[in-house]
Design a protein around this ligand. Structure first.
Ligand code: GLU
Length: 302
């Protein structure tokens, strides 16, 4: 199997030093293994994605010395692939529509049961309010303007009908490290994922998918063998592994890397325009200077 990595930015702002680090890491790992490095544009959020940010991504990555095969996969053009998967999950009884607003969810969670977490790595843990109306679902999937959630319990029962969720074991190979240094073979149970993330959103309103669904479907479609990305996505990988099992898709190896942080130890975000690659370029910096900045673990940014 070809060693294949990818860099999957969202064109919702300028690439910053953290993106440069991640892209270069994926690029170098593929090169070292005589493999392939792909670029994928994650633009499902059409309300925030902008063509000018996408153009800037191509420009910045080329300036950094990276190259990738054409055509580039763009998630906004993948609606048909996501529809197929959503139809099949709907007919398996693994999805339900959710009409809760964020404020409804917060209100229910404001009276948490003792010992039950309300906030997980995917945000607020959905209390399952709309799940009870699941039996009233129409036979065909509602198409637009509706949020679809994964009935996690039903999904796990689908994966392994005879095994209780706390005995269902999932695993993936980590060749980098998670935020607490987790590495090698990472195992967890179905119950661990249910308790830490709850019924996740699988299709966001008017988007026809969610990050979790799209990333799993597209990593498989692009035959990615090694997913290289920041350690902030380590916990999300558990969701992805369960979805891969549910959809009969292969689980790639994962390589989570350290995050680039600013002087206050805060991870860089898109709004940190001052750390944008384009800004460094405008100031006359060379790519090799960017890379030597990134090599320094105690990144000291002005
Ligand atoms: N589009 C995601 C981001 O920009 C990438 C997630 C991933 O690499 O799986 O954070």
């Amino acid at each position: 199997m070809t060693f294949r990595t990818r860099f999957a930015p969202s064109p919702t702002g300028p690439l910053h030093l953290g993106h440069a680090y991640s892209a270069k890491r994926a690029y170098d790992m593929a090169a070292a293994a005589d493999g392939e490095f792909l670029l994928r544009i994650e633009d499902i959020d059409q309300g925030r994605a902008r063509p000018e940010w996408e153009a800037q991504i191509y420009d910045d990555l080329a300036w950094l010395g990276l190259s990738w095969p054409q055509p580039v996969m763009r998630q906004s053009e993948r609606r048909a692939a996501y529809d197929l998967v959503l139809d099949s999950l709907w007919s398996l009884g693994c999805l339900y529509p959710c009409s809760c607003r964020r404020s409804d969810i917060s209100a229910v969670l404001s009276a948490p049961q003792e010992g039950v977490a309300t906030l997980g790595p995917d945000g607020l843990i959905y209390p399952g309010t709309c799940r009870s109306a699941k039996n009233l679902r129409s036979s065909s999937r509602p198409r637009t303007d509706v949020v679809l959630r994964l009935d996690f319990q039903a999904a796990l029962e689908r994966i392994s009908p005879q095994t209780p969720v706390d005995e269902q074991v999932f695993s993936f190979i980590e060749t980098g490290a998670g935020p607490k240094g987790e590495t090698a073979c990472i195992s967890f149970t179905g119950q661990d994922v249910i308790s830490s993330v709850g019924d996740i959103v699988i299709a966001r309103r008017n988007m026809g998918t969610s990050y979790h669904l799209a990333v799993v479907v597209d990593d498989a479609a692009q035959k990615i063998s090694h997913v290289v990305r920041g350690a902030d996505l380590f916990e999300a990988t558990k969701i992805h592994v369960v979805l891969q099992r549910l959809l009969n898709l292969p689980t790639p190896h994962y390589h989570h890397h350290r995050l680039i942080r600013d002087n206050n130890n805060k991870r860089l975000a898109k709004r940190d325009d001052a750390r944008a690659i384009s800004q460094f370029r405008a100031e006359g910096m060379e790519p090799k200077e960017i890379y030597s900045l990134l090599d320094d673990c105690n990144l000291n940014l002005k």
